[in-house]
Write a protein that binds this ligand. Structure first.
Ligand code: PBG
Length: 340
């Protein structure tokens, strides 16, 4: 079939008054008017560290992500750094678990060791963040110590706070650059800020997981970190996915308590929350593109049902467009390679 030459046909009687397509014909113009950009510098790569040497155990539900020992972690971070990724967040799988998560507080704990090894190998070339929580360290898998609430065990908010502060101070002592508490305890930012300041770490910023939802999207992570709750759920501390105003309240509280940056988690089903938080508070906002969001893309791509690269870049761009300044994502390495 013969097509007419574009633009040669006479203007139609219902002539468009506006032609937004004018800015879409030329790829260079499209680039010029692009509102949102994605760079490896916006991404934070989560990493899982466990005891041992030479460990590199792929996480089944998170292809391309591994449980690593400190030595292989040093290599992994070096390789990511070569791709242009500069920020990392560490999760620890400890040697032992108990009721209070005591292995989280040890200066010889797994994350503390990893911090020292990474700092020694990579100096100030890398930004090291630490996730501050107890679910990986407690034998019951909840995010703090327990108490009896009318016959049902629940996390004891106030008894958890001093332990959380101790964990953070220990991580700061081992070299953490940014402290990121994720346990959704009331008063956690204030307790941690006081702990850090009291130990002389007045300049270590806090990135608070302020609006963290009780989400089904954390499934693969709990395999990776070996941290699923052994009974019950996290509904008494993490937020109800149905709530938006409550996220604003949580963020306001954390900022008042001294949070320097705040996080919304998960990201993809909570783009409205990212946007509301950014517009209201105008502070640095992080969004966590969580394990389940990652796994869905990987699984569909493996089946040939979606174009992994295209979908991943679209998702991360949408999270940035919603208002996130930085994105925690297991796709960070893939993205850095694609953008090269
Ligand atoms: C808690 C924590 C969790 C995640 C990050 N920090 C799990 C949870 O709250 O159950 C999930 C991250 C992900 O799914 O990628 N330490």
């Amino acid at each position: 079939m013969n097509h007419p030459i574009c633009g040669d046909d006479a203007p139609s009687p219902t002539f468009p008054v506006a032609r937004p397509r004018r800015l879409r014909y030329n790829p260079l113009v499209r680039e010029l008017v692009r509102e949102t950009h994605l760079s490896p510098r916006d991404l934070i790569l989560p990493l899982f560290v466990r005891p041992g040497t030479g460990v590199r155990q792929e996480i089944g539900s998170m292809p391309g992500n591994y449980q690593l020992s400190t030595d292989t972690l040093v290599d992994e971070v070096g390789a990511a750094r070569d791709l242009g990724i500069t920020a990392f967040i560490l999760f620890g799988i400890p040697e032992y678990k108990d009721a209070t998560g005591s292995s989280a507080l040890k200066d010889e704990g797994i994350v503390q060791k990893a911090l020292r090894a990474l700092r020694k190998a990579h100096g100030s070339d890398v930004l090291l963040m630490t996730d501050e929580c107890f679910c990986e360290y407690t034998d019951h898998g909840h995010c703090g110590v327990l108490c009896d609430r009318g016959g049902v065990l629940d996390v004891d908010n106030d008894a958890t706070l001093p332990l959380l502060a101790d964990q953070c101070v220990s991580h700061a002592r081992a070299g953490a650059d940014v402290i990121a508490p994720s346990g959704m305890m009331d008063g956690m930012v204030r307790a941690i800020r006081a702990g850090l300041d009291g130990a002389g770490y007045t300049d270590v910023p806090i990135l608070s997981y302020a609006a963290k939802y009780a989400s089904g999207f954390y499934g693969p992570f709990r395999d990776a970190a070996e941290s699923p709750p052994q009974f019950g759920d996290r509904n008494t501390y993490q937020m109800d996915p149905a709530n938006g105003d409550e996220a604003i309240k949580e963020v306001a509280i954390d900022l008042a308590e001294g949070a320097d940056m705040i996080m919304v988690k998960p990201a993809l089903s909570y783009l409205d929350i990212i946007r509301r938080v950014k517009e209201k508070f105008r502070v640095p906002v992080a969004a966590y593109n969580v394990s389940g969001e990652f796994a869905m893309v990987k699984a569909a791509a493996a089946k040939g049902w979606i174009d992994e690269r295209r979908v991943t870049l679209e998702i991360l761009t949408s999270i940035r467009r919603a208002g996130a300044d930085m994105v925690l994502t297991y796709h960070a390495r893939d993205v850095a390679k694609w953008l090269k």
